[in-house]
Design a protein around this ligand. Structure first.
Ligand code: FPP
Length: 250
């Protein structure tokens, strides 16, 4: 990648810690465009995920949430679902050691009751084994639906008298089987050309900057990540307020 771009990032952005969430879309089309089965694209997509996880801290990313399997993905052909689950299992087997070495703390969000018990056991072990990681918090969304999580959080909060955003976020973490509150998403990236959120982190993305790219997930790389982060930093985040320059004339 372009060195100038890299240096810019190191100098300007290292201090800012970001929560980036990614909808890794386009694996199936990428494979089909090459005359290969869809699963080939998912396998390649897992390689891309590994590279992006490794690169993330360089761009000031302290939390990275990847949409690995949505609750709606159960509707896919049985064979594709089972291959995706096997892929997750085999990646967990091989990548936990690397994560420990790289200071990556892994956790999972989503339902666990519909997953194979061996996968759940692996997930729990990965969470425990990587719990000391300081460089990056990697959150993998598996059997995840933002609406279902919010619905469950609302049920858990039903008897709460003074429900605040903070408290709701705590219930939401509980609903997602996660031990801690998610920070707000700063930047949401979706590859593969579609421009929608597909039931991903709807509460946490309230003020996220959205970045859509036509690049298919298997082709996404560090340079594309740098471009997305660069775009994020070029935007003005106002959180509903007025721009600084206009404050004095009000
Ligand atoms: C969407 O592409 C992608 C998925 C449903 C699965 C994402 C999973 C991975 C990248 C592999 C596992 C990841 C990790 C972190 C180990 P799509 O199939 O909807 O593509 P299409 O829109 O072209 O059909």
């Amino acid at each position: 990648m372009n060195n100038h771009f890299k240096l810019n990032h190191a100098a300007e952005y290292d201090e800012e810690l970001l929560h980036v969430a990614i909808i890794m879309d386009g694996n199936g089309r990428w494979a089909q465009q090459r005359g290969k089965p869809r699963f080939w694209g998912h396998r390649q997509g897992a390689e891309t995920a590994k590279k992006i996880i490794e690169a993330a801290p360089k761009y000031g990313i302290s939390t990275l949430t990847l949409y690995a399997f949505s609750s709606d993905n159960w509707k896919r052909p049985r064979q594709e679902v089972s291959m995706l689950m096997q892929l997750l299992q085999s990646k967990l087997q091989t990548e936990v050691r690397t994560s420990i070495e790289n200071g990556v703390r892994i956790s999972f969000i989503g339902r666990r009751d519909r997953l194979d018990s061996r996968l759940v056991a692996q997930m729990e072990k990965a969470e425990a084994d990587t719990s000391f990681g300081q460089n990056l918090h990697l959150r993998l969304a598996i059997d995840y639906s933002a609406r279902d999580a919010m619905l469950k959080a609302a049920q858990l909060a039903a008897n709460e008298e003074d429900l605040t955003r903070e408290k709701f976020s705590e219930y939401l973490a509980q609903a997602m089987n996660c031990s801690e509150i998610s920070p707000d998403v700063d930047l949401l990236i979706r590859t593969g050309g579609e421009q929608r959120l597909s039931d991903f982190l709807l509460w946490e993305c309230a003020y996220a900057e959205l970045y859509f790219t036509n690049v298919m997930w298997p082709d996404f790389n560090e340079e594309e990540l740098a471009r997305a982060v660069e775009t994020f930093h070029s935007r003005e985040r106002r959180f509903g307020a007025v721009p600084q320059a206009r404050v004095s004339v009000v």
